[in-house]
Write a protein that binds this ligand. Sequence first.
Ligand code: NAD
Length: 264
Amino acid sequence: STGLMAGKRGLIMGLANDKSIAWGIAQQLAAHGAEIAFSYQGDALKKRVEPLIASIGMSEMVECDVSSEESMDALFARLAEKWGKIDFLVHAIGFSDKNELRGRYVDTSRQNFLMTMDISVYSFTAVCQRAAAMMNEGGSLLTLTYYGAEKVMPHYNVMGVAKAALEASLMYLAEDLGKDGIRVNAISAGPIKTLAASGIGDFRYILKWNELNSPLRRNVTQEEVGKASLFLLSDLGSGTTGENLHVDCGYHVVGMKSVDAPDI
Ligand code: NAD
């Protein structure tokens, strides 16, 4: 361990299982000395999350549904009671009706549009409100986004629109909280096979396409997203805020299919 996160305490939201991006981040932060509390959605996940976090020496876990103000208030009240102040927060949460993560964006329903925006965009702002109030100077907040915010990706649909809004909100959050010495950043992760990703139509095709066409000619790992989070959440990232760091094996710079890529 480098001790990069030694003495730092924080919250990771969005751990569902050992495939979660939140898990890649948790492992890195713990390995570098962080003390971490976790929030999980719904009792069904409790049994899965408990042994996972125990394996990295953690035990604090709080149920939280980000679509409920009461649930969020209860989570932060618990953190305030336990630690008083926190140093970092990871928001690894997104959701949309999987029936609208296939077919055409133009067919998105009002109800799912609003629900997707609420859970995948507003929740980060709501979390920042509460976390900033209890952050030490040098605090750092992180969310997860995807390239579907910047360019059209197959089936990403309303989630792409939500991620674009999340990336815009990041700029405003960075400005507002920067005056208090708090940083707000995003990681734009390349495709990784997780529970949430499996809801996206033809996700295996997207994975294969990225593997064949990204500059590094492979897909990014959970561990690599974790390592990038270590930079943004530790003092290494002290000069960086409002940034959307692409951890995608370089895919975001690619303009077209590489000449050496086989057909898929
Ligand atoms: P995941 O399914 O492991 O995590 C998604 C999490 O969101 C789950 O823990 C789930 O419980 C939580 N969640 C959903 N609705 C919630 C609610 N109402 N209240 C509280 N929690 C709720 O999948 P993941 O891929 O690790 O997703 C984490 C983040 O990474 C998401 O924002 C996702 O969009 C983003 N991301 C994923 C990829 C990818 O390819 N997997 C790429 C780029 C960005």
